[in-house]
Write a protein that binds this ligand. Structure first.
Ligand code: GCU
Length: 719
């Protein structure tokens, strides 16, 4: 009997996935330290930790240090008294003031509320290591950075580091519905278990908060921008309160989406007119009620008068009147309104590209100080590549925040490996020429160009109930990179990738190099096989997944054909003066340069120009040939990515390996599908042969057109 049990245990150990990495731990997988010197240094510190105060944030730091110590050293940390040989000091500047020189104090103070300093401190000949913030939250960020330096093997007890965020609100936007479906979510259901809240606390909430705090993400809005008024009901506020209480020690503030028509749906009013006294009263009471439960509630995120959502326009009021009404209710509590500039309505006859500027530019200076206008990175809708949104730089008096999309709605969802950081970096580094000639989008976002303090970067979350959180393991890299760029929008995508790879796959240089190569070429590859040379919105209309450059469902308004405008003469959307003149919404330097098809960066060519198929590009090739080459290059790069990855067999964990290898195989097929479908379709207009040096598209255009995705995640089936 005993032998049998031993055998069973041995067998279970052999097949047990306990060593496999299923992705749940994200980048917080504290593995045993291999370098003996580092292990020795870490041990000294973990054996003598002293906290200079007591608060709920220090409690969560303590738990994190326990987890880390067990992972790094296989031992519990020791929390000591100050005179008991404590070597790792943790506290705020004011708590440690008697041990810090004036210069040192001034240096830390200058880092602001959320900044931290960590480094060696000499006290009476004893060498110590201290992590000091101006607030417990700063301390928390310092501790996570300290732990990360041990994970990546870069910790050095003799060197110091200080850091502070450049953007005030670093926020995730969940597009999560109350029934737990997730709009454009591809990683399972919503992690918010509304049904079992407030009574049941899923341990995921804590791990979610840890992951965010480790990146400096300090705000989350929990619900879909296509909002449900129910979340403002008392019973839901009680549920939200539980999450807010859990997140508070991690420095995370909770926001909700507010449905503009809530006064009618919940308050039995006849109107939601923002200037109506009863409506104002409704919101004030609702807001007061929320703050009673959640004193540090962040405020509301609002999508109004866009894609059918209710808003102030119904009552002849503008966005400023709508936003300010909510802002007035929130202001006494320190809350803010994040009002989205993504306004799409079928009523207007203009190029969709222009709508946000048309509606918001005239309102510059009319929004209250506690309102931020949240602008998508581009004017259309999170396309694989977009030029930066022309609102950046167009308004001076208005707080502007950035909205990036982490969930890969238009970029292969959770099936394809597309590292988004280079795309975000491209946007952030774009020159706006306004308000000053050298301004960039990053400088507008962090307020340095506009002298604004209420700054924001939001990312539409890619998180769900999948064991690995993001569906595709590499989706984690996008969550990670978003957090890093929100902290510092000047960071470099290659460095962020390197750090994430180090934390996820370990320190083998060959592994790191190969994975980094894969990640850094993945975005350009996707652009090439989906929408090269400034083409956009070519995907299937409802699922936004595969190619659909043709008219679907018999309607041509605002489908792919509206955007690519292919005809027998040529292709592309004329947004110059001879067309919609959306270019005129940019600074004159851009408008001037980009209106010349020979000057504009070729990556935006067909975004702004309708050109003949035989138009000559800088390569000397015709537009038609160049389109073919780009699609083909996208497929070739996808294949290379797969080959690179497969050469890592044995070098990365088996579960990580096979997950990614299988998904890359699908990605290759889908890259071919995009290329074939788009090229075969465009050839019906261009009527030209494919260039000699590309792999010829195969397949049947009619078959591609007939493909449907009724079960694609993230959408409601359209039967
Ligand atoms: C896109 C997306 C919608 C979403 C909208 C928004 O259009 O497909 O699902 O609601 O953006 O950002 O509001």
């Amino acid at each position: 009997m005993k032998n049998r049990i031993v055998l069973i245990v041995l067998f279970c150990l052999l097949i047990s996935p306990s060593f496999a990495k299923d992705g749940y731990k994200l980048w917080l997988d504290y593995q045993s330290i291999e370098n003996p010197n580092l292990a020795e240094e870490a041990e000294k510190l973990f054996e003598g930790i002293y906290f200079f105060g007591k608060n709920s944030t220090y409690e969560v730091i303590q738990k994190e240090l326990e987890l880390a110590s067990k992972g790094f050293l296989n031992q519990n940390p020791e929390f000591k008294k100050l005179n008991q040989n404590a070597r790792l000091w943790i506290g705020t500047r004011s708590e440690l003031s008697q041990y810090l020189g004036l210069d040192h104090q001034a240096k830390i103070k200058a880092l602001g509320e959320e900044g931290y300093w960590r480094g060696p401190l000499n006290q009476e000949g004893e060498s110590l290591y201290a992590i000091i913030g101006n607030t417990p939250k700063g301390v928390l960020y310092g501790v996570f950075d300290f732990l990360r330096s041990i994970q990546t093997g870069t910790f050095d007890s003799n060197s110091e580091k200080s850091d502070s965020p450049k953007i005030k609100l670093r926020m995730l936007n969940h597009w999560d519905n109350l029934d737990r479906t997730v709009e454009r979510g591809y990683a399972g259901f919503s992690i918010w278990d509304w049904h079992r809240l407030p009574g049941y606390i899923d341990p995921r909430y804590i791990d979610y908060a840890r992951a965010n705090a480790s990146l400096g993400i300090n705000a989350v809005s929990l619900t879909n921008v296509n909002a449900n008024a129910w979340v403002l009901r008392e019973d839901f506020i009680e549920k939200v309160k539980v999450l807010a209480d859990l997140f508070r020690p991690y420095g995370i503030q909770v926001f909700l989406t507010a449905r503009f028509s809530a006064p009618m749906e919940m308050g039995n009013l006849e109107t939601a007119d923002p200037l109506d006294t009863e409506v104002k009263k409704f919101w004030k009471e609702r807001v007061d009620l929320i703050y009673k439960e959640i004193p540090d509630f962040g405020g509301f995120l609002v999508k109004a008068n866009s894609e059918g959502q209710p808003g102030p326009h119904e009552y002849g009021r503008n966005h400023a009147e709508g936003a300010n009404m909510l802002a007035e209710a929130l202001a006494p509590h320190g809350g803010i309104v994040i009002w989205r500039a993504f306004v799409y309505s079928h009523e207007i006859d203009e190029d969709r590209h222009k709508q946000a500027n048309l509606e918001f530019e005239p309102l510059d200076g009319k929004f209250m100080d506690n309102v931020i206008i949240q602008v998508k990175n581009g004017a259309i809708d999170f396309q694989p590549r977009e030029p930066f949104h022309p609102l950046f730089g167009a308004v001076e008096e208005t707080n502007l925040g950035m909205e990036f999309q982490i969930t890969q709605e238009y970029l292969g969802q959770a099936t394809q490996l597309v590292y988004l950081s280079p795309m975000w970096e491209e946007i952030l580094q774009s020159k706006t020429y306004r308000p000053s000639p050298n301004s960039t989008v990053a400088e507008i976002i962090d307020g340095s160009a506009t002298d604004k303090e209420l700054t924001l970067m939001a990312g539409v979350s890619n998180i769900g109930t999948d064991r690995n959180w993001t569906g595709h393991l590499f989706g984690q890299a996008n969550w990670y990179a978003f957090g890093k760029l929100a902290w510092d929008p000047y960071q470099n995508s290659a460095e962020i990738a390197e750090e994430w790879i180090n934390l996820t796959f370990g320190q083998n240089p060959e592994t790191q190099r190969k994975i980094s190569t894969i990640m850094l070429q993945s975005h350009e590859a996707a652009v090439n096989y989906m929408t090269p040379l400034g083409l956009h919105h070519l995907m299937g209309r409802s699922h936004h997944y595969g190619p659909g450059p043709w008219v679907e469902g018999g309607r041509a308004d605002w489908t792919s054909v509206y955007y690519h405008r292919a005809d027998s003469e040529g292709i592309g959307f004329d947004r110059t003066e001879s067309g919609s003149n959306a270019l005129g919404q940019y600074a004159s330097e851009i408008a001037y340069n980009w209106s010349d098809p020979n000057q504009i960066p070729e990556k935006f060519l067909l975004w702004f120009h309708h050109l003949p198929w035989d138009f000559k590009l800088r390569s000397g090739r015709t537009l038609w040939d160049e389109i073919g080459l780009h699609y083909d290059l996208g497929v070739k790069t996808a294949r290379e990515m797969k080959q690179q990855w497969d050469s890592l067999h044995g070098l990365v964990d088996e579960e990580q390996f096979s997950h990614t290898s299988q998904l890359l195989a699908i990605q290759v097929q889908e890259a071919e599908w995009w290329r074939n479908a788009c090229l075969l379709y465009f050839q019906t207009f261009s009527n030209r042969p494919f260039p000699d040096d590309i792999e010829k598209p195969t397949g049947d255009l009619e078959y591609y057109k007939s493909l449907r995705f009724p079960f694609a995640p993230g959408i409601k089936p359209n039967w």
